[in-house]
Design a protein around this ligand. Structure first.
Ligand code: HEM
Ligand SMILES: *[C@@H]1O[C@H](CO)[C@@H](O)[C@H](O)[C@H]1NC(C)=O
Length: 325
């Protein structure tokens, strides 16, 4: 993993030498090269120091990117609090279990003290996810910057945008296809479930009243131990690890687990039971580098979903609130 992180640094240096400049409202590599040259370094340092204190922050940043970018745009709308007519996206049941939002403010504060009012929260969401992936042993990804922050919440659009834990694979594939991510990319992105946790409310329908026959019986017993109540208190801290062996490593053991009938969510298990997705599961289970390659490609597409223009968006001073005029 040490060499891995070194390679990320080398590609960062490479970027410094090869800067490209396109139209100003477009996102591009090194958008902040003149306005805040250390922006990416500052964010990376914060992600590393937060990871060293609370390892699961790195996990959170990856899910935060998905839940922000899949809903309309990568525009940090997810970070807005309920105030002044805004209804926070955080209250949606699809965003249940999301954590560590307060540490996004820590990253933002560090960036603001170096470069006030320059770096968007949407870019912090994107860059922290890619830096978080590296901390978890995942791939290094060069990301464009220059996203703008939304001035509104998209709460009403969440249910139609973010798939549920028990949606059909055809529906899931169509959702990802709608933002330009193909079958292979969708299978790779779900590999994010190689890290983190799932609360019992999202699992119990596979355990009670009868155990889902596609589940490995021993694994089902383990899950019943983690989730002993058929009707868990949604706010109780009852959860299971996504990947028992390497829960903090973004690796292909997720796919190996799926092939051994140890998928946690219904959608996870569907990846291997559906003939359209299962060939990719097999390829990713067999080759971690291939998984990382496909994960990087798909995460980039996700992170570039529908960026707001300069006019549509702003750079928030505080990621939790729209700027006052
Ligand atoms: C069909 C698509 C997806 C569905 C239905 C889904 C659903 C879920 C659910 C229900 C949880 C558990 C939440 C909890 O109980 O606390 C979860 C966790 C997680 N998801 Fe997904 N997810 C999907 C795709 C993705 C993608 C594309 C990513 C990122 C690239 C992602 C990243 C994560 C991460 C990192 C966690 C663990 C969070 C933590 O431990 O705090 N998911 N997902
Ligand atoms: C999916 O799960 C939700 C609860 O999380 C439940 O309300 C819904 O009925 C389930 N849908 C299907 C098709 O089982």
């Amino acid at each position: 993993m040490a060499t891995h992180k070194l390679l990320c640094n080398l590609s960062f240096i490479f970027l410094l030498f090869f800067q490209f400049h396109f139209g100003t409202s477009e996102i591009r590599l090194n958008y902040y090269s003149e306005t805040c040259p250390n922006a990416e370094e500052i964010i990376k340092e914060q992600v590393i120091s937060l990871y060293n204190k609370h390892g699961n922050t790195a996990v959170s940043w990856i899910r935060t990117l998905f839940h922000d970018c899949m809903v309309k745009s990568c525009d940090a709308s997810l970070l807005l609090e309920s105030i002044n007519g805004i209804q926070s996206e955080k209250i949606s049941s699809r965003n249940m279990g999301m954590r560590n939002f307060k540490y996004i403010n820590t990253i933002k504060d560090a960036v603001e003290s170096a470069c006030p009012l320059t770096v968007s929260c949407a870019d912090i969401v994107a860059l922290s996810a890619r830096d978080g992936a590296v901390m978890l042993g995942g791939p290094c990804i060069e990301m464009k910057t220059g996203r703008k922050d939304s001035k509104e919440s998209h709460l009403a659009e969440i249910d139609a945008s973010l798939p549920n834990h028990n949606d059909s694979m055809m529906y899931v594939l169509a959702r990802f296809q709608s933002i330009g991510i193909d079958v292979e990319g969708t299978v790779a992105l779900l590999g994010a479930h190689s890290v983190g946790r799932v609360h019992c409310v999202n699992i119990v329908d596979r355990l009670y009243p009868t155990v889902d026959p596609t589940l490995d019986p021993n694994y089902a017993e383990y899950l019943k131990g983690r989730c002993p109540h058929p009707d868990p208190d949604p706010i109780a801290v009852e959860y299971a690890r996504n990947d028992r062996d390497t829960p903090m490593i973004l690796d292909n053991s997720y796919y190996k687990n799926l092939m051994n009938h140890k998928g946690l969510l219904t959608v996870d298990q569907e990846l291997v039971s559906n003939p359209i997705t299962s060939p990719f599961v097999e390829k990713m289970a067999a080759d971690n580098d291939y998984f990382h390659e496909q994960f990087s490609k798909a995460l980039l597409i996700l992170s570039e979903n529908n960026p707001l223009s300069e006019e549509e968006g702003e750079v928030r001073t505080d990621c939790r609130f729209v700027n006052k005029d």
